[in-house]
Design a protein around this ligand. Sequence first.
Ligand SMILES: *[C@@H]1O[C@H](CO)[C@@H](O)[C@H](O)[C@H]1NC(C)=O
Ligand SMILES: *[C@@H]1O[C@H](CO)[C@@H](O)[C@H](O)[C@H]1NC(C)=O
Ligand SMILES: *[C@@H]1O[C@H](CO)[C@@H](O)[C@H](O)[C@H]1NC(C)=O
Ligand SMILES: *[C@@H]1O[C@H](CO)[C@@H](O)[C@H](O)[C@H]1NC(C)=O
Length: 411
Amino acid sequence: MHLKPLSILVLAVLWSDCTAQSCSPAVNIDFKASLGIKGDVTDPTRSVNNMPVYGPRSIPAENMLMIPDSQLQMNVTVWWNSDQQLSAFASEDPGLPNGASFMPSSCYGEVRVSTLTDPYSSVCKSFLWTPNREQVGTNYSVCVVAMPTNMISCSVKKCFYVSVLAPKIVFDSLSPLDGQVFHSPVGCDLEVCVQAQDQYNRTHTDIFLTGVDQAYAAAFDSTCQPSSYPSTLNPLFPVSSAEPPSYAPGPCKKCLRWKASPGHENKNFTACFVASDADVNSILAIQRCIIVLVPKCKYCIQAGDSLHSINRRFDFSSNWLQLWNTNGMSELHPDPLSPTTAFGDPDEITATNAIIHLGPLYAIKVGEDLEHVASRFRTTVKKILQINPDISDPSAISPGQVLCLIPCSMD
Ligand SMILES: *[C@@H]1O[C@H](CO)[C@@H](O)[C@H](O)[C@H]1NC(C)=O
Ligand SMILES: *[C@@H]1O[C@H](CO)[C@@H](O)[C@H](O)[C@H]1NC(C)=O
Ligand SMILES: *[C@@H]1O[C@H](CO)[C@@H](O)[C@H](O)[C@H]1NC(C)=O
Ligand SMILES: *[C@@H]1O[C@H](CO)[C@@H](O)[C@H](O)[C@H]1NC(C)=O
């Protein structure tokens, strides 16, 4: 599988006052911010040109929405109750982060504060920044200085802090463990579901299947299923109910489905699930792999099966009683590792996906060959090969190799 290139960015922004001002009337600085995602064509409400705006209001000192590859747009409004002109600039200490700009912008009627009375003056600027990959993991502070022209004593400095974080995609408890082994007898419908999400609930997640040998043709959901729990959102700003979040990144659940066919016995395949954030340039991919084993000598009952039909399917001669004997009379058992599985009435098998044993397993002894085993258990080499399709070369069997046997099946 081709992993997507790295480049994810996530932001958390805090702000604070740096200086007290010594001027009356006071010069005020307000910040209003939003984050947008560049290049997300699947959800236009998330594009930069259509950013959710939760202002005007001050940004509370708490974590804000984290969006990969997002552009932070911070509008800075400066005003005071005098008609003397104001100027606002980014403080040289500490300076703007690489790639950020602090540009004049139109105020758009943003100066609407209750303390504002005529005469007044205002100035608006926009801080724009799409952090790059190298900036992940760093905290930045940006300080804005505002003052009326030539009145340094009235200057105000306010700073905001931006943490650039990477999302943290995790598999949750619904998912199999890494290295977990699944036993899937012939005929069984295997379904293995994985679910992953951003631990911060701030980015979308997607999962891919990789590593499966094409010969096994396992199916994997192409889109995430509705998750087992509702998605939650950590909002950029406290969002009132009147301002619903434009999207809610939730967990992604996808399932692998597979059915072993005769011929898969004693074989196995590995399937790996790769979860990453689903945005344009994903940075992070985590992986879990499972092993699917097809046990020998076991079969999953299909809808419409009877002992007779199972007998025919495996060409076990006419001796269906053999199957009945092998499986006793207790409850049908869906666990492939269960030593006994059983049915009562041979004409009535209804429990699909219950597992029956086709015969006993036998480990070849030193000095034995297939002819020897066949005559000892009253069967034929042909029959042994039929239900042991993993034996490709009948002359190359070795001591300890395990055979599925149907004793007394000479005909
Ligand atoms: C910032 O100002 C621009 C206009 O200059 C406006 O389009 C944008 O929506 C504003 N952003 C926020 C977060 O208020
Ligand atoms: C960035 O700031 C956050 C919140 O204050 C803090 O937890 C984290 O350790 C800081 N990271 C660095 C690299 O300084
Ligand atoms: C993310 O969502 C999950 C499931 O709803 C929840 O259990 C978890 O607390 C959330 N995490 C955060 C950081 O909000
Ligand atoms: C899976 O099959 C390979 C041969 O194809 C074998 O070497 C390996 O031991 C098997 N793994 C398990 C867990 O049975």
